[in-house]
Design a protein around this ligand. Structure first.
Ligand code: ARG
Length: 458
């Protein structure tokens, strides 16, 4: 068993206690950051003359070798090491000998783990933000390809009004943009260098924390050593952002699961993202979307796990905090997979235009437009609403269409009706007459598409 402590321990630690407490099985993911952080730390120790330049150089040389091994995937993780810090430290000692013992000067695993976790988060937050931007581009492309397509839009999953398919897609782009800004906000708060806080109170050695911060690309060093080793807010925030992202994904997934049913039949999801049934040969199931919807549960529970883990912990470091890693890693890895899969989905999504054309041939979809026709002629909203309500009910009961009503019949509902009201029984007209900003008006949707294209390709 490899540990960084134990000289004052009487006898061996219990093997089950070791198995229970070792974190190498999951924190190995931090090895690269542990090494990069250690290189900056060793350089600082040399510069500040806390260790000799010769030792500093030796340490940096060894760490760079380890970094290469980690990048190439040839670094052999030792499952008997307590954690990633211990593993890197022992591998370094094997490589360069005694000088390695000086690396852990003026630091503790309490601040080191934060450095590793923050570097991991900064890299992954950036990767996720960039991946979301790719997904947005993929959605935008799909929207543009289907520019003129009109779909029925739903409230309560009941047909409501017609909108441009592109308008619906831009709603997704907006949701994802908010996700990106949330992640960027978290990035900013994560961007503070923790090393040098040591166990909790700082150090009597003349270190230069600003130098380490600069070397590693942090905007600054953290300000309070007690807060630094106690803080896991950035992980809670990251998990919260990913939970919201998952919530968005689950809603997109649900839209498409519904749209891909034989009953709706609005879209065809590419075969590569569907599965068959072992018993029903006719089936094409949207499993990937269902799993995106399902994995969102994990994103929620990881956030919850983290909040519960931290609740009531006394300042400063407690070993409980080690358990921040599995939920974080899982959420990050799942979110990245979900983003990549959705990006593929949009790239190969087919729209059943003929079916949609049929589905929007439904007069009820234009009732608000007809109501607004009467409002424009001076009726109050209430009067207009009642008139259209009665008219639609009468027509439905008698099985006739508004389009077939004579001028007299129309006027019997409201004298303000003229035959020109029938022009409104048309989906193209319905989207075209919308004029409020943010509406489904084709010119305004086109402008939005152009705006997003510029923004995302900048
Ligand atoms: N594996 C530990 C963690 O993730 C590293 C810090 C250990 N510190 C300690 N005092 N035991 O939290």
């Amino acid at each position: 068993m490899t540990k960084l402590w134990g000289s004052r321990f009487e006898g061996k630690t219990d093997s089950l206690a070791d198995k229970f407490s070792f974190s190498i099985t999951y924190d190995y993911r931090l090895a690269k950051y542990d090494v990069i952080g250690s290189i900056a730390h060793a350089r600082m120790l040399g510069k500040c003359k806390i260790i000799s330049q010769t030792d500093a150089k030796k340490i940096v040389y060894g760490l760079k070798k380890l970094e290469k091994q980690i990048d190439k995937g040839t670094f052999k993780f030792n499952q008997n090491a307590e954690d990633v810090h211990t593993d890197v430290q022992s591998a370094l000692k094997k490589l360069i000998g005694k000088a390695a013992d000086k690396l852990h000067t003026a630091r503790s695993r309490n601040d080191l783990i934060l450095l590793d976790m923050k570097l991991y988060c900064l890299v992954e937050l950036t990767a996720i933000i960039n991946a979301i931007a790719q997904l947005q581009k993929s959605i935008l492309k799909f929207a543009e390809k289907n520019k003129g397509v009109i779909i029925p839009a739903y409230t309560h999953l009941q047909k409501a009004q017609v909108v441009l398919l592109a308008h619906h897609m831009l709603a997704y782009v907006e949701m994802l943009e908010r996700d990106k800004t949330r992640l960027s906000d978290t990035f900013e708060r994560t961007d503070a260098m923790p090393l040098g806080s040591c166990a909790l109170s700082g150090t009597s050695l003349p270190i230069d924390r600003d130098y380490v911060a600069r070397e590693l690309g942090f905007i600054a060093a953290t300000r309070n050593s007690i807060d630094t080793v106690s803080d896991r807010d950035f992980i809670v925030e990251g998990l919260s952002n990913l939970a919201v992202l998952g919530m968005h994904f689950s809603r997109i997934a649900e839209d498409f699961i519904v749209w891909a049913t034989k009953e709706f039949n609005f879209i065809d999801i590419d075969w590569s993202l569907c599965t068959g049934s072992s018993i029903m040969p006719h089936k094409k199931n949207p499993d990937v979307l269902e799993l995106i919807r399902g994995e969102t549960a994990g994103l929620y529970s990881n956030l919850n796990e983290m909040l519960v883990l931290l609740k009531g912990l006394p300042l400063t470091y407690n070993r409980d905090m080690q358990l921040d890693k599995p939920p974080l890693f899982q959420s990050v890895e799942k979110a990245k997979d979900m983003i990549a899969l959705l990006t593929k989905l949009f790239a190969n999504l087919k729209v059943n235009k003929a079916v949609l054309h049929q589905r929007i041939n439904d007069e009820s979809l234009f009732s608000v437009d007809i109501m607004e026709y009467l409002i424009k002629k001076g009726l109050s909203y209430r009067e207009a609403h009642d008139i259209i309500g009665t008219m639609v009910k009468k027509c439905t009961d008698k099985g006739i269409k508004i389009a077939d009503l004579t001028k007299e019949q129309l006027k019997s509902h409201c004298p303000k009706f003229e035959l020109d009201v029938k022009k409104l029984l048309n989906p193209e007209m319905s989207v075209r007459i919308k004029q409020s900003s943010g509406s489904t008006n084709p010119a305004s949707v086109q402008k939005q598409i152009a705006k997003w294209k510029k923004l995302l390709h900048a």
